[in-house]
Design a protein around this ligand. Structure first.
Ligand SMILES: [Zn+2]
Length: 564
């Protein structure tokens, strides 16, 4: 369905032309083009604030920074492309712009087999201000429509199903069902291209109930069966082990991988995480009781991160890829966020200095909350040691091919019953961990609810304050506006005069950074660190946080941060 609310350019002109043209004299192809023009006369007037003339310029530039922000559909070929596609150029009169791949697909266009628009970066950031649509997209991305209905999804968002449908169609040009379908299909296409999984497993992994249904939908979209598409890519197929799946997930450049890797390395929990100069590896539990090893590297030439998933059940792949997208902040658009901070005296110079900062995610919200509780009021290094002991005591031991990775992070069920005495944790902290785990098991704490709701549920638990709750929203829920206003480092950096702002003054100051306050936090934390390292003239530690903002406790100077 087309975005009916958006004004047509001049439907009457097209209709008039169509009536007067002499159909007998023009070729069948031209007739088809004209018919298509009539069927899809609406052009999106504005995408992320660009009018069609600006979009034309962006299209002509083929700048990778526009990748994922809009899609170019060509009426004569019925195919849509990414702005970076090398196959074009079509006549301007045949071109239509769409804000999302789903909207182009919904309007009847097929994805280009060369530039693979299904691999383009995710949600356009111009949706940032549209809270409901953004949260809805996140829920779909996390797979809510794989098991539940649109009604249930709408209820989760606190609105009616019809209103949700209207909002989606208005802002994205596609219904929630169509967005979910596109996501399943794109994921299946990616598995076809990048793995050697059997086609039946791919159908199941992508959430199609049957191989027949998968074949039907696939044929309709790509005009050929899955088997043939795989043959097309066979020459490029990558070397992969039997149970190893390699996914390449793209991002919009710049991407400060060094900062992110150092951030994660400094916080790596022994036995479940390990980071070195190349990348970051960890163990993860998968839905249904399985587990997997995730190994992340940057592929410089492709503006993508490579996720090597081993030991994973095929049914868990879609889930793993969704969490990976959130955890490594791949949908973020640094250009838009940078623009929002452009006139801010505190942030502008810092953003210019490090334009590619991302929010370093924690794989699992429960893990993030436990880590934050354990780290309360102890030094950074002591916090890591304590979490390591907790993992050894209550985490499930697993046999992996990587010798440093030997456990899974403890489950909520395990932590409700585990004996946590003698690890060095105070009684109050053990109690808070038990209450947190109990709330997850009982369902009174639901990490898939909206960020506001999760913060409310977390702070109702004794021993969890607003700082910890906002920290979880920032690092584990992917909430771009999360803001721990009690944070000591933030209050110092923002004061600008060597003093310390009060939490409420900082909260007020942060209004100017909405809806990207989480990015402001990462920039300010990093700036505080950069400043410290420069004063001490220790360039090797430039990117590594020396104190956890939560506690402001200094890191012991001799601590080894990186493996190898
Ligand atoms: Zn293309």
């Amino acid at each position: 369905m087309l975005p009916r609310d958006q004004p047509c350019r001049s439907p009457r002109r097209f209709a008039g032309r169509f009536r007067t043209c002499k159909l007998r004299r023009i070729s069948v192809r031209k007739q088809l083009v004209r018919a298509a023009r009539l069927a899809y006369p609406c052009d999106v007037e504005e995408i992320f604030g660009f009018d069609t003339r600006a979009l034309d310029r962006a299209r002509a530039s083929r700048d990778a920074r526009f990748d994922g922000k809009f899609f170019i559909a060509v009426l004569s070929t019925k195919i849509y492309c990414r702005p970076v596609c090398k196959v074009r150029d079509a006549k301007r009169s045949n071109i239509r712009y769409y804000p999302t791949a789903a909207a182009a697909a919904e309007a009847g266009f097929r994805p280009c087999l060369r530039c693979r628009p299904e691999a383009a970066p995710g949600t356009p950031a111009w949706l940032g201000t549209l809270g409901v649509v953004r949260r809805g997209l996140r829920l779909i991305e996390e797979g809510i429509l794989d098991g539940r209905s649109v009604d249930e999804m709408a209820e989760r968002l606190g609105i009616g199903a019809r209103h949700l449908h209207r909002l989606f169609v208005h802002h994205l040009g596609a219904s929630p069902i169509a967005v979910a379908q596109t996501r399943r299909l794109h994921f299946a296409k990616r598995l076809l291209d990048e793995t050697r999984l059997p086609i039946t497993s791919i159908a199941m992994a992508a959430g199609f109930g049957s191989i027949r249904r998968f074949n039907d939908v696939f044929r309709k979209t790509y005009r050929r069966p899955p088997r043939e598409v795989r043959k097309l890519r066979a020459a490029e197929a990558r070397e992969a082990g039997r149970d190893e799946v390699v996914l390449r997930l793209s991002y919009r450049p710049p991407y400060d991988w060094t900062h992110l890797r150092h951030f994660l390395a400094a916080r790596a929990i022994p036995r479940i995480e390990v980071a070195d100069n190349e990348g970051y590896d960890r163990t993860v539990a998968t839905p249904g009781g399985g587990w997997a090893i995730v190994q992340v590297r940057k592929i410089e030439a492709e503006h993508a991160l490579e996720f090597r998933l081993s030991c994973a059940d095929a049914a868990a792949l879609l889930h793993l890829s969704s969490v990976a997208r959130r955890g490594f902040d791949l949908a973020s658009d640094p250009a838009t966020i940078g623009l929002a901070f452009d006139h801010d005296p505190v942030l502008a110079p810092r953003v210019r200095r490090r334009p590619g900062l991302r929010i370093p995610g924690v794989w699992d919200p429960f893990e993030c909350a436990v880590r934050a509780i354990v780290g309360q009021q102890v030094s950074f290094a002591a916090g890591l040691t304590l979490v390591g002991r907790l993992v050894e005591r209550a985490g499930q031991p697993i046999a992996t091919p990587i010798k440093e990775l030997t456990h899974l992070f403890p489950t909520p069920a395990a932590l409700t019953t585990a004996n946590l005495a003698g690890l060095g944790l105070t009684g109050g902290r053990i109690d808070a961990i038990r209450k947190l785990a109990g709330a997850v098991v009982a369902g009174t704490l639901d990490f898939s609810a909206t960020a506001d709701e999760v913060v409310r549920q977390l702070t109702s638990i004794r021993g969890i304050g607003p700082w910890t709750a906002q920290y979880v929203a920032l690092r584990a829920l992917g909430e771009p506006d999360a803001f721990p206003s009690a944070d000591l480092v933030l209050r110092k950096v923002t004061s600008g005069n060597g003093g310390t702002l009060s939490a409420s003054a900082l909260e007020k100051r942060s209004e100017a950074w909405r809806p990207w306050r989480a990015y402001a936090v990462i920039h300010l934390w990093t700036a505080a660190l950069d400043g410290r390292s420069e004063n001490k003239n220790k360039p090797i530690k430039r990117n590594i946080p020396e104190r956890d903002a939560e506690r402001g406790a200094p890191r012991p100077s001799g601590m080894v941060l990186l493996r190898g």
